[in-house]
Design a protein around this ligand. Structure first.
Ligand SMILES: [Zn+2]
Length: 145
């Protein structure tokens, strides 16, 4: 199976080792991609463990009927192995009950003790819009979830 994250590699060698915790994401972009894949393969444990404790929701509910169609990384800032923070702007497309959904988000990540965590994200509306402010729980607080 090709990894859903969009890199084109096999799932077994791409995001799955991260989700199984056999290896660690060295950049915030690879964490972002593996978290998207975790949504696809419904690994809420991985989503919880890579969510920063200060912003992590008590429970992560994955909608069983949602179909993830693809992830596109638009821009990554900082977030490399030598950084302590970074942002990833992405578009994730999904479908629920025949209705398409497009999530355009700017996510913030922090690195603590060598591990990257998802902190929070701002939904983007319109291609030229600036984020209005960061809020918690971006991939699962929209109505589609
Ligand atoms: Zn992948």
């Amino acid at each position: 199976m090709t990894c859903p994250c969009g890199l084109g590699a096999e799932l077994e060698t791409c995001c799955l080792p991260l989700i199984k915790r056999e290896s660690r994401a060295t950049t915030c972009e690879s964490l972002m991609r593996s978290r998207y894949t975790a949504f696809v393969v419904a690994s809420s444990d991985y989503l919880a463990s890579t969510w920063h404790p200060t912003t992590r929701p008590k429970t992560i509910t994955l909608h069983p009927d949602i179909k993830w169609l693809g992830l596109k990384i638009i821009e990554t800032r900082q977030g490399l192995a030598q950084h302590h923070a970074g942002t990833v702007e992405f578009v994730a497309r999904s479908k629920l009950n025949g209705k398409g959904h497009r999530l355009h988000e700017l996510s913030r990540f922090v690195r603590e003790d060598g591990l990257w965590y998802y902190l929070d994200g701002a939904l983007k509306t319109g291609s030229a819009g600036q984020p209005k402010g960061f809020h918690q729980h971006p991939l699962s607080n929209s109505k589609a979830f």
